[in-house]
Design a protein around this ligand. Structure first.
Ligand code: HCA
Ligand code: CU
Length: 384
């Protein structure tokens, strides 16, 4: 299945701002916006201008940057919010309202009929004010909402004929890929709108759910850099990109500047004071490391044997570790070649056995192995 015509809505400047450690300055927000734009995301979603005076000023500043990415802001289903948002000069507004019984009871207190009534008043009003604005309507906690009620809301909104996109939100990160697929498929069949998916990662399905949404016909996926957001966040941009690359490498490379991913992860990680996890998609320190002798041999012959992602496409390099008991002679030979040493196969094989014995006794470093290689390479076989 070809998945090319989707857009990324990066919400680092909205959902990401809800991450516990995030406290972006205006200058930091502008740097994030510029870096995401350079990477090639199609949209940036920013915090509601109603949140604080600074949020309004930052929204205005970023809307005026003249980026290729379209600037959206995220607002409640209120006329007041919409009015301020439209005055800020955004390309689009992402309107959200909670539909689960919990949110209806504990958040805004509205019944389903009242939600439909509010949406039927606010959305056409926005459209009248701004005929060209991109308008999205989303339900919060879509997957813990009663399905019949949820559909009643979406169908009523679709019938208004003023909305470009319907959003689905897995607000507490409990949906499975098959649930996402079913709901997106249903909306595809029953409505005329584009479909956006926003998925939290509480139970580890955020990337799989985003992919399932696309396969079922979604057109827009929400991400944040490193996945930052409320609690443990949403679909991470890098992980989503890794997924799309393994699905269709050429399209992913055409759409996005993959070599900018590391800069984005590092920059945002620094701003929110977190290290990039060792096993992070693409940019984790072990993402392109290889250890076992059997792996190393195949990697040296044909890297794709054990690499679904080519590090060079992301401006990165692979690392083959040789200083351990699982090492193999092909990898040791490659290191000798790197160091410009001439050793016979018999020598390399004997040295590899020697390394294994040493590594059983104590941890070795690459320097230790390099010294052994140099000594053996010079014809001086040292004792230990
Ligand atoms: C929020 C909730 C939200 C909204 C998602 C959306 C969620 O923090 O306001 O507008 O699609 O996860 O439900 O982020
Ligand atoms: Cu969210």
């Amino acid at each position: 299945m070809s998945l090319e015509a989707y857009s990324i809505i990066d919400s680092t400047l909205r959902e990401g701002e809800q991450f516990i450690n995030a406290q972006f300055t205006t200058e930091q927000k502008m740097r994030i916006a510029a870096a995401l734009d350079e990477f090639g995301v199609e949209y940036l979603e920013l915090t509601s201008p109603q949140a604080s005076p600074g949020s309004l000023a930052d929204l205005r500043a970023i809307a005026r940057m003249g980026l290729s990415a379209r600037v959206l802001t995220h607002i409640r289903c209120h006329r007041d919010d919409a009015e301020v948002a439209l005055e800020a000069g955004v390309h689009g507004v992402d309107v959200v309202i909670g539909t689960s019984s919990r949110l209806r009871q504990f958040s805004h207190g509205k019944s389903i009929d009242e939600i439909i009534e509010t949406a039927s008043e606010v959305l056409p009003w926005i459209r009248r004010q701004c005929p060209d604005v991109e308008l999205r309507f989303s339900t919060e906690d879509s997957f813990r909402s009663e399905e019949a009620e949820l559909l009643r809301v979406y169908l009523a909104v679709d019938r208004l004929g003023v909305v470009n996109r319907l959003g689905i939100a897995d607000t507490v990160g409990i949906a499975s890929p098959s649930q996402v697929s079913r709901l997106v498929g249903t909306l595809r069949r029953l409505t005329h709108c584009d479909i956006e998916f926003h998925g939290h990662n509480d139970s580890g399905c955020a990337i799989a759910n985003a992919f399932a949404a696309l396969e079922a016909g979604a057109t827009h996926i929400d991400t944040t850099v490193l996945g930052i957001g409320e609690r443990n966040g949403i679909t991470p941009l890098g992980g989503f990109i890794a997924r799309m690359y393994t699905h269709d490498r050429a399209t992913t490379q055409r759409k996005y500047r993959l070599d900018r991913l590391r800069h984005l992860d590092m920059m945002v990680g620094e701003m929110v004071n977190v290290d990039i996890p060792f096993n992070n998609y693409v940019t984790g320190f072990s993402a392109f490391t290889h250890k076992a002798g059997i792996h190393a041999k195949a990697i040296l012959n044909a890297p794709e044997t054990y690499e679904a992602l080519d590090p060079h496409d992301f401006g990165l390099t692979r690392y083959i570790s040789i200083a351990h008991r699982l090492t193999g002679w092909n990898a040791v030979r490659a290191r000798a070649d790197q160091l410009g040493l001439t050793l016979s196969d018999a020598h390399v094989k004997a040295l590899t056995q020697h390394i294994k014995v040493l590594a059983d006794e104590h941890a070795l470093t690459l320097d230790d192995v390099d010294n052994l290689l140099r000594n053996w390479g010079n014809g001086r076989k040292i004792a230990d």
